[in-house]
Design a protein around this ligand. Structure first.
Ligand code: NAD
Ligand code: UDX
Length: 472
């Protein structure tokens, strides 16, 4: 008889958790059973509790609906591997911090560890699916380890993930495409691709499921992120020109994006892109190019990051110039700390850099974010400033609301585009602030005319700069 397909996922993070939750919700328990495995006891305990380890719209409902039915979270990695037919590897692949390629190459420690765990435990044939974002040809290394250390046969697939945080559930339910790289030259390779295709075909139309060779699949993931980040850096580079020339960045983006060849998405100017992927994946691509001797190509992609760093610096400089070139002991309200709205994730958030820069100016920050846990903000700032929490506590407080953060402040600084910052009662907030009251909008989400009428001195990324800010 036919039993359910047994799916394991090594890594219960931002990718493993939501991806497996969506697969579980789209399949029946007698068709698919899923075990999500992690070395972190704390993470697994959180996945099994009422408070999931991460915030993502719609995720709690999905997990509660499937948990204990066809979705299980566990630290019993060895058992999970033995049990599974198909194993996703969704572990972290951060940028290397030391050694050869430090600062750009991907750190494959966790991927290799996962491969060795699979090789050691597996006693029946497995399909191993590379879900983590990895340098091209990582599947080859995985294969070599599995073959040398394992007792059974393995088929390796590449299946990169394209979800964005904040919209993960929607992206997983309605993906633009699912990419599966496999060895299409052999029968067993084609069968493995077909098994994974069938899993996705429970809810993804077959014409959106793309099969390629493994190397194309691995590389496509890096290239997709590099192109997306490049669009943000492109619009951000033009935002600087707008500020000085009288053009409005949002009008320019709209006009340019209406060209069907360019398209309207991903043209929103900002204080800089963040998130765990863009910078890491571009650096990964840069390192690959350099290792093949393609230095001009490497420089081209590196410039996407250079513009992003510059944008964050530029924004801090605007704040400082606005505040008469001194922020010392001035209370500044920081609205938003996550790297984008609808997530509690702060990895590589522009807020960390901007706050770090303002702390160097001895400003007093009052930070509010609706979803980022307080502990996370302290961890990010102590690491970035290389100061202890006690030292920082003199300069940093965490607020429970935007209004509280803004009370008695000299300036409001918007760093994340949370919807609630669009609809804040700014007239009321203004009354509680020092004069002149400044507002620096790093996401260009506020109505500058209305704010100026209230009395704010405003600056928004990409809009012509008020002479009261520019001339100092
Ligand atoms: P994460 O840090 O949130 O989660 C990774 C998890 O893997 C952690 O919980 C860690 O404890 C666990 N882990 C590491 N080694 C392990 C091992 N040997 N055995 C068991 N568990 C282990 O990372 P993430 O954001 O989910 O990213 C995972 C991968 O997916 C990365 O390669 C990333 O580039 C890629 N990716 C991320 C996103 C995103 O939006 N975050 C999107 C697409 C792709
Ligand atoms: C990204 C990719 O979009 C996703 O496909 C991949 O799987 C992982 O990396 P993510 O980093 O979660 O997803 O979010 P994304 O929406 O891409 O935003 C990244 C950063 O760019 C954020 O800081 C966001 O605020 C910024 N951004 C995005 C802009 O500044 N302007 C835009 O127009 C779009």
């Amino acid at each position: 008889g036919s039993r359910p397909l047994r799916v394991a996922c090594i890594g219960a993070g931002y990718v493993g958790g939501p991806t497996m939750a969506v697969i579980a919700s789209k399949t029946s328990p007698d068709a698919v059973q899923i075990q999500v495995l992690d070395i972190s006891e704390e993470r697994i305990a959180a996945w099994n509790s009422d408070r999931l380890p991460l915030y993502e719209p719609g995720l709690t409902e999905l997990v509660f609906g499937s948990r204990g039915r066809n979705l299980h979270f566990s630290t019993a990695i060895e058992d999970g591997i033995k049990w599974a037919d198909l194993i996703f590897v969704a572990v972290n692949t951060p940028t290397k911090e030391c050694g050869i390629g430090a600062g750009s190459a991907a750190d494959l420690t966790y991927v290799e560890l996962a491969a060795r765990q699979i090789a050691a435990a597996a006693d029946t044939p497995k399909i191993v699916v590379e879900k983590s974002t990895v340098p091209i040809r990582t599947a080859e290394a995985l294969g070599a380890i599995l073959e040398a250390c394992g007792r059974t046969s393995f088929e390796i697939l590449s299946n990169p993930e394209f979800l964005a945080e904040g919209t993960a559930v929607r992206d997983l339910c309605e993906p633009d495409r699912v990419l599966i790289g496999g060895n299409l030259e052999t029968d067993s390779g084609r069968r493995a691709v077909e098994t994974l295709t069938e899993l996705y075909a429970h809810w993804v139309p077959r014409e959106r499921i793309l099969a390629t060779n493994v190397w194309s699949s691995e590389l496509s993931k890096l290239v997709a992120n590099a192109f997306l980040a490049q669009r943000v850096s492109s619009i951000n580079s033009i935002s600087a020109l707008c500020e000085l020339s009288g053009a409005e960045i949002d009008e320019v983006a709209r006009a340019v994006g209406l060209d069907a060849r360019i398209g309207p998405h991903f043209l929103k100017c900002s204080v800089g892109f963040g998130g765990s992927c863009f910078q890491k994946d571009i650096l990964n691509l840069v390192y690959l190019c350099e290792s093949f001797g393609l230095n001009t190509v490497a420089d081209y992609w590196r410039s996407v990051i250079a513009i992003n760093d510059w944008q964050k610096q530029r924004f801090t400089a605007r704040i400082l110039h606005g505040l008469y070139n001194t922020a010392t002991n001035k209370k500044i309200a920081i609205l938003g700390f996550a790297f984008k709205k609808d997530t509690g994730d702060t990895r590589e958030s522009a807020a960390i850099d901007v706050c770090g820069n303002l702390l160097q100016e001895c400003a007093k920050l009052s930070i509010y974010d609706p979803k980022v846990p307080a502990e996370q903000i302290w961890t990010d700032l102590t690491r970035r400033c290389r100061r202890t929490r006690d030292e920082l506590a003199h300069y940093v407080t965490l607020a429970e609301s935007a209004e509280e953060a803004a009370m008695n402040s000299h300036a409001i600084v918007i760093l994340t585009e949370w919807d609630e910052f669009r609809t804040l009662d700014y007239a009321k907030v203004y009354k509680g602030m020092c004069r002149p009251a400044f507002l620096f909008d790093g996401r260009s989400i506020c109505d500058m005319k209305a704010l100026s009428q209230i009395g704010f001195v405003c600056y928004a990324i990409g809009s012509p700069v008020d002479s009261r800010i520019r001339l100092r």
